[in-house]
Design a protein. Structure first.
Length: 151
């Protein structure tokens, strides 16, 4: 009886040790999404390289980020003292029409990575480019690197 209890306690100690080591490998990076357009952002979808989603979505056209507003997210990454794995962000937006209706104006996708050793936040800006007559998604900070715009 004593041997089985001792074995069980040893096994629990080993499991606890390994699980705590795994958690130490992960860090958090702050991501700030800015809305510099006249549209309301109704959806933010973040997808990590392993395709596990982190989403914020509103229902019935309630904005999660109003014009000139911001929202903060936390991106987990492995503490590997280098570049993060790839992230994909999708921003969906709509505008309020005259007469009280709403219409979806655009959605933009962006694939990016960042430097895990930098202390700066990552800032992704959703804006309207007057010269191109289209919405844009741009990033900066913390060793941000755009891999590609995804359409």
């Amino acid at each position: 009886m004593k041997k089985s209890i001792l074995l069980l306690l040893s096994l629990l100690l080993i499991i606890t040790l390994f699980s705590s080591c795994e958690l130490d490998n992960y860090q958090q990076k702050k991501l700030i999404v800015e809305n510099k357009s006249e549209a309301n952002i109704s959806g933010i979808n973040l997808t990590y390289y392993d395709y596990s989603p982190i989403s914020a979505r509103s229902m019935a056209f309630t904005p999660i980020i109003s014009p000139d507003g911001t929202k903060e997210y936390s991106l987990p990454y492995l503490n590997n003292q280098g570049r993060s794995s790839q992230w994909k962000i999708r921003v969906e937006a709509y505008v309020d029409e005259e007469g009280g209706g709403q219409s979806i104006v655009d959605s933009r996708d962006l694939l990016f990575t960042f430097n895990t050793t930098s202390a700066d936040d990552i800032v992704i800006t959703f804006d309207f480019d007057e010269s191109e007559s289209e919405y844009t998604l741009e990033g900066r900070g913390s060793g941000y690197q755009r891999i590609m715009n995804v359409t």
